[in-house]
Design a protein around this ligand. Structure first.
Ligand code: SF4
Ligand SMILES: [Zn+2]
Ligand SMILES: [Zn+2]
Length: 387
């Protein structure tokens, strides 16, 4: 279907056929803020639209230009507007909006059967928390929705930034009576992110990312969790997608999904329930919910190439709100058709064996984490550690 949206004027291609209600849901448009026209005539929510429909979604927010925005639900003064949703909310209904987006991601992730959820209330979840807005907001939402979810903080040894982040995670967990696992890289594995980068000559973000991915899976397996949950948001995922497309990393594109099933032993399912929500929405959620989070950036973030990709997407988003979501969701809509039948990618995904050193899944004799650790140990002073 060809859908024309207004303020700003733009056109989107949306897979059809669908009802008007399904179309608005797909576009993340709050139904009572718009009129929908098909072939020049008004249509209601239950109307079926054919695959070749030409549709216009016209905003009807009252109040006039320049008027203070009001909540789309209760008409109280709004505290946040989201041009992408063409909507504004009061604090309480903004919290509901964020929770509804997480609920939608959990219950209807892209690519799966309509009934295949990210996880159920029977699953034990482990959420990776950094002390930043996304992961703490996610933990808050999941606890509020009633899931069985514990936290995991990985101490990266990045000076005061790490100690402040850990303290914030500990306070969050304590205030909610939730369980927080803490794994300190230095005391457990004998290196910090900066010292590991110096020892190996790799980027700090490279050492950091590999270490975190390993520890997340290792702790989830060791403690019998069913699902590993991370706070990657819409901006993170759109930037990753742009990087994967720019460099044409087919294997990464094949694996870029909000749900990655476990494909062998010593692995858990990995999910990203915030993929529908922007950085800005997550920061605003923390403010309206009174969640204390580390506002400062990691001091090593300059080495992170994701920042440049985010800046490029921000430019596009400023010109046409909704571009990031259109880019990411459009890719996820097409993902199954592009990759599901690709046996090469499917085979690569399951060709795993146990690491000869640690037993964790790997495609090589010794996993990348153990190889990194050996390279670091060859340079750094020997530290007594327990693996
Ligand atoms: S910016 Fe780099 S070093 Fe800092 S936490 Fe992120 S990945 Fe780790
Ligand atoms: Zn409201
Ligand atoms: Zn290993």
């Amino acid at each position: 279907m060809r859908v024309r949206l207004r303020n700003p004027d733009r056109t989107e291609q949306v897979p059809g056929p669908s009802t008007v209600a399904e179309l608005l849901d797909h576009l993340d448009v709050v139904p009572h803020t718009v009129l929908v026209l098909h072939a020049g005539e008004l249509v209601t929510a239950d109307r079926h639209l054919p695959d070749d429909a030409e549709v216009e979604v016209r905003p009807v927010m009252s109040g006039g230009a320049g008027a203070a925005p009001r909540c789309v639900v209760c008409r109280a003064p709004a505290v946040i507007e989201e041009p992408r949703h063409r909507a504004a909310w009061c604090p309480s209904h903004f919290g509901d909006h964020v929770q509804a987006q997480v609920r939608k991601a959990i219950d209807h992730p892209p690519g799966g059967e309509r009934t295949a959820r990210m996880f159920s209330y029977a699953d034990r979840l482990l959420v990776a928390v950094s002390g930043g807005k996304d992961s703490l907001a996610l933990w808050d939402v999941l606890l509020d929705l009633g899931y069985r979810v514990d936290g995991l903080y990985v101490g990266l040894g990045i000076g005061g930034y790490s100690s402040r982040s850990q303290a914030i995670c500990e306070r969050f967990a304590e205030a909610r009576g939730a369980r927080l696992h803490v794994v300190d890289l230095a005391s457990t594995y004998g290196y910090t992110t900066p010292s590991g980068a110096t020892a190996t000559g790799r980027s700090t973000c490279g050492v950091c990312g590999l270490s975190k991915r390993y520890v997340f899976n290792q702790v989830a397996v060791a403690h019998g969790y069913d699902v590993m949950v991370t706070g990657h948001n819409l901006d993170d995922e759109a930037a990753t997608l742009l990087g994967n497309v720019v460099r044409w990393q087919d294997d990464f594109l094949a694996r870029q999904q909000p749900v990655l099933p476990a494909t062998g032993g010593n692995q858990v399912r990995k999910v990203k329930p915030l993929y529908r929500l922007s950085e800005r929405e997550m920061a605003a959620y923390c403010v309206v919910r009174g969640i204390d989070y580390v506002v400062e950036e990691c001091p090593l973030v300059d080495g992170n190439t994701g920042q440049e990709l985010k800046a490029a997407l921000d430019l596009l988003e400023a010109g046409a709100p909704g571009t990031k979501a259109q880019f990411l969701f459009g890719f996820l809509d097409r993902h199954a058709a592009w990759f599901a039948a690709d046996e090469g990618h499917a085979a690569a995904a399951v060709d795993l064996r146990a690491c000869a050193r640690c037993g964790m899944p790997t495609t090589t004799e010794v996993c990348a984490f153990c190889r990194q650790r050996e390279r670091i140990a060859a340079v750094l002073p020997i530290v007594e550690v327990s693996a």
